[in-house]
Write a protein that binds this ligand. Sequence first.
Ligand code: OMP
Length: 238
Amino acid sequence: MKNSLIIALDFPNKQEVFQFLEPFADEKLFLKVGMELFYQEGPQIIHELKEREHQIFLDLKLHDIPNTVYGAMKGLARLGCDLVNVHAAGGKQMMTAALEGLEAGTLSGRRRSACIAVTQLTSTSEMQMQEEQLIGVSLQESVLHYASVAKEAGLDGVVCSSQEVVPIRERIGHEFLTVTPGIRLSSDSVGDQKRVATPELAREFGAAAIVVGRGITRAANPFESYQAYKQAWEGVRS
Ligand SMILES: O=C(O)c1cc(=O)[nH]c(=O)n1[C@@H]1O[C@H](COP(=O)(O)O)[C@@H](O)[C@H]1O
C-alpha cells in the first residue's frame, strides 16, 4: 500500500477498462474502481481485475447511518479489496460500524481491507467549504479534525490533498495512511480539482499513496503518461 501510485479507472464500462489496460499487460497495478464503473459493472469487475493480480481500491465513499454502513461493508468485505473508503462526515460511530462490518465480512484466512476516510474532497476550495458547508474553521483544521476522528474510530488513514499530509502526519503519526488525489504533472490541466500537487511534491510531503485519474487515463499515450507519473512519484526515494 505504501508508496503506491493508484490509477483511478473512471470509465463507464469494462470494455473501456480492458482496452485501457492492454498496454499494461506485464504490470501489476494498483487500480481504483469508483462509483461510475462499479454502479455499471458491479462486483464482477472486482473479481476480473483481481484475477489479473492487480491490487484494488474500491472507492464508494460510504456515508449513511451506522447500521446501513455496517451491512454494506460486511458485503463489500467479501470482495477482498485492498482498500475501501467512507466519508468522515458520517461521524465516528459510522466509521466504527464500517470497520466492524469489514471485520465481520472478511473471509477467514484473508486480510481485512484497509479502510480510510475521505476528509474534504480535493475538488473543494477553502471558500467553497466556508460558504457551502458553513464550516467555521479553516479547511486544514477541518481536514485535521476529520483525520483525528477517523483515527479514534480505528481507521487506517484518510483521503486528503497533498497540502494536508504534513500536518496530519505531525498530529496523528507517520503510520496513519494519507492517500492523495488531485495529482497533476505541471503540464496537465487541473480540471475540477482545487487542491492539487505534482507527484514530486506529494512524495516530499510524505503521502502514503497518490491517486491519478485523467492525467493517465485520458492521456494520448496512457502507458507513457503512467511511466512519467511513476518516475516523478518514485524519484529517488530511499
Ligand atoms: O476518494 C477519492 O479517491 C477521491 C477523493 C477526493 O477528495 N478527490 C478525488 O479526486 N478522489 C478521486 O480521485 C480521482 C481523481 O481523478 P483525477 O482528478 O482524474 O486525477 C477520482 O476518481 C476521484 O473520485
